[in-house]
Design a protein around this ligand. Structure first.
Ligand SMILES: Nc1ncnc2c1ncn2[C@@H]1O[C@H](COP(=O)(O)OP(=O)(O)OP(=O)(O)O)[C@@H](O)[C@H]1O
Ligand SMILES: Cc1ncc(COP(=O)(O)O)c(N)n1
Length: 280
């Protein structure tokens, strides 16, 4: 059942998706990438901001963190009025915001959440305080899906970065068994090899999500785009796995569409234009 075919006079209502994340003025990552992804995938996007970053394709020069109670206020005000179909969680900046979002997931949102446990930007700049990792581990079981990259999975588990797909499979299982994750999409973008391979584990089956690796340095926002696409597609697909597969196709198309875009001198952004479907 999709939100568009359910109810009483609301036949054209799109899925409503909330991003709780940081702002990236360059438009490649964060809230800006999330809203572009939601729109491209037919969802109505809402956004609650956790932090302002001063950021370009070259890196992050500053972070201005929103007080945790004001993150809560943004979300509560919204959900008192608007029914959500899914939520994407991105940069949370510090332990107090991680805890505030944990409380919101516990009782307020009424919609499943995709958690991208953002820790470090492509440029290497920190986006989550080191002392917030313990709080992030507590948040993991409250999300319907988590989407760590190789480094984030290792930090959450307190182990080495996975060196191959077999190690990724083991870590995806450990995230479920040791940390209580309900579903894991472990991203292999930072690995090497002809394909960019992500590992899916839902406590039952392991699946490899595979796409040809795009030869580009325009990878700014790939993680934000993938997790947002899963959140936007879940209400429009029969299962989380189907949403994850189509999200990966969308992301690969957006990476290809970034070819030759020429935005910024650093790691350029992926591009969300209407024709990205079918280019994967
Ligand atoms: N060069 C590439 N070609 C194809 N797919 C890629 C490439 N780089 C990353 N991906 C894919 O992009 C998605 C995000 O993966 P990645 O491991 O880069 O996450 P991330 O580190 O959170 O992202 P970001 O670089 O935005 O922080 C995954 O589906 C991954 O397989
Ligand atoms: C506000 C914000 N959120 C998330 C990221 C991670 O994305 P990336 O690793 O692609 O830089 C970012 N750079 N900025």
């Amino acid at each position: 059942m999709t939100p568009t075919d359910t109810t009483d006079g609301a036949a054209t209502r799109p899925p409503v998706v909330l991003s709780i994340a940081g702002s990236d003025p360059s438009g490649g990552a964060g809230i800006q990438a999330d809203l572009k992804t939601f729109s491209a995938l037919g969802a109505y996007g809402c956004a609650a901001i956790t932090a302002l970053t001063a950021q370009s394709t070259r890196g992050v020069t500053g972070v201005h963190v929103v007080p945790p109670e004001f993150v809560t206020a943004q979300v509560r005000t919204l959900v008192d009025d608007v029914a959500l179909d899914s939520v994407k969680i991105g940069m949370l900046a510090d332990a107090a915001i991680v805890e505030a979002v944990g409380e919101l997931l516990g009782d307020r949102l009424g919609a499943p959440a995709v958690l991208d446990p953002v820790m470090v930007a492509t440029s290497g700049d920190r986006l989550l305080d080191e002392d917030a990792v313990a709080a992030m581990r507590e948040l993991v079981p409250r999300a319907a899906v988590i989407t760590p990259n190789l480094h984030e999975a290792a930090v959450l588990l307190g182990t080495e970065v996975a060196a191959d797909v077999a190690a990724m499979e083991r870590q995806a299982c450990q995230l479920v068994e040791r940390l209580g994750a309900r579903r894991v999409l472990l991203k292999g973008g930072h690995a090497t090899g002809e394909d960019a391979v992500d590992v899916w584990f839902d406590g039952d089956r392991v699946e490899l999500l595979r796409a040809p690796r795009v030869d580009t340095r325009n990878t700014h926002g790939t993680g934000c785009t993938l997790s947002s696409a899963v959140a936007a597609l879940f209400p429009q697909r029969a299962s989380w796995l189907e949403a994850a597969r189509d999200a990966k196709d969308y992301l690969t198309g957006a990476l290809r569409a970034a070819d030759g875009l020429g935005i910024g001198a650093g790691n350029g952004p992926v591009h969300h234009f209407h024709d990205v479907w079918g280019r994967a």
